[in-house]
Write a protein that binds this ligand. Structure first.
Ligand SMILES: [Zn+2]
Length: 331
């Protein structure tokens, strides 16, 4: 991380409290005054997710700030400022949400509507490999979610490779994506959850606060912490490193900060998966396209990888279908 900040590691205390975290957490430290990194020109900690815990209060949090991976995720798409903001917000949201549960596989946030923006997809694996895209027709004018998406809904999917993935659905209503996700957690999980999501051309950053499940947290504690967090500004979240920000917001609270987890842009597309999609279109349609264009070209919308299939390729994978049905591993 190259920040020269060493956290005191008193590894004996309170480990029971951290049981909801997965095994990737190796060490932790208490938040302390980091004034020496407040005086400007500090290297900001980027491409990381950090989790934290309010000790003895039953509230947890996450912080994420992306730059390089954010550039990588959007560079293949020609997005307007509004579209970039939405995609960045969706990406940091799904990265943080993927870290609130233990699972293997992919979490997918998908917003769809009949408005100017038709699709917003953001995906993160349990290893924080993320990708996303925006599809729209015409110029998107900044406004409420309804004004951009029309009649829409947000679907949150946890795909662990099982036959039936877990799905939660909420209507796309309100001013911000964060509000939609907050109401999702309130309705589906009965958990107080707050999200702050911001993105610009260079940074995408997020903060999440959530009550711990199955704990009789004190409502007053939650309200106090939420009020402190509510003072956060867009500039602070986009520009400050995690420890400085948490100190600024919560220096009167006992905050346990966990090790950083790397976040990366990585597309999971492959020739094999594209073949599977093509096969689903059916032999006749594929033959029609081949007749018309000579070959089938597929471009991945997430990473702009080109895949080309000529007549022989198509015949080969159609033939292979009959031999081995489950040769295409999707995950
Ligand atoms: Zn791809």
């Amino acid at each position: 991380m190259g920040m020269g900040v060493s956290l005191p590691c008193n590894a004996s205390a309170g480990l029971g409290k951290t049981s909801f975290f997965d095994e990737k957490i190796m060490a932790y430290g208490m938040l302390e005054n980091k004034e020496h990194i407040l005086n400007g020109n500090t290297m900001i900690e980027q491409e990381f997710l950090r989790r934290f815990l309010f000790e003895g209060v039953g509230v947890r949090g996450e912080w994420v700030n992306l730059t390089t991976s954010w550039q990588a995720a959007k560079q293949h798409q020609h997005l307007s400022t509004v579209e970039q903001q939405l995609l960045g917000q969706a990406l940091v949201a799904v990265v943080m949400l993927s870290a609130t549960i233990k699972f293997k596989g992919s979490m997918i946030l998908q917003a769809q509507g009949d408005g100017t923006i038709t699709t917003l997809v953001a995906q993160s694996t349990d290893e924080r490999k993320m990708r996303g895209l925006v599809r729209s027709r015409g110029e998107v004018v900044a406004g409420s979610l309804e004004s951009m998406f029309g009649q829409g809904r947000l679907v949150l999917t946890v795909d662990s490779g099982n036959a039936k993935p877990y799905q939660g659905i909420v209507p796309l209503q309100g001013e911000h994506l964060a509000t939609v996700l907050e109401s999702y957690f309130e309705q589906s999980e009965q958990l107080n959850t707050r999200l702050w999501l911001f993105a610009n051309a260079t940074h995408a950053a997020g903060l999440l606060l959530q009550e711990l499940p199955a704990q009789d947290g004190d409502e007053a504690d939650w309200q106090r912490i939420e009020m402190l967090a509510n003072t956060i500004t867009e500039a602070e979240l986009l520009e400050l490193d995690c420890e400085t920000l948490l100190y600024r917001l919560f220096h009167e609270e006992k905050v346990r900060l966990f090790d950083a987890e790397a976040v990366e842009f990585e597309c999971s597309c492959s020739r094999q998966k594209i073949e599977k999609t093509l096969r689903a279109m059916g032999k006749e349609e594929l033959e029609d396209i081949l007749k018309e264009r000579g070959s089938i070209e597929v471009i991945c919308e997430f990473c702009s990888e080109h895949y080309q299939f000529d007549k022989v390729d198509v015949e080969t994978f159609l033939l292979a279908e009959g031999v081995n049905h489950d040769s295409a591993t999707v995950h």
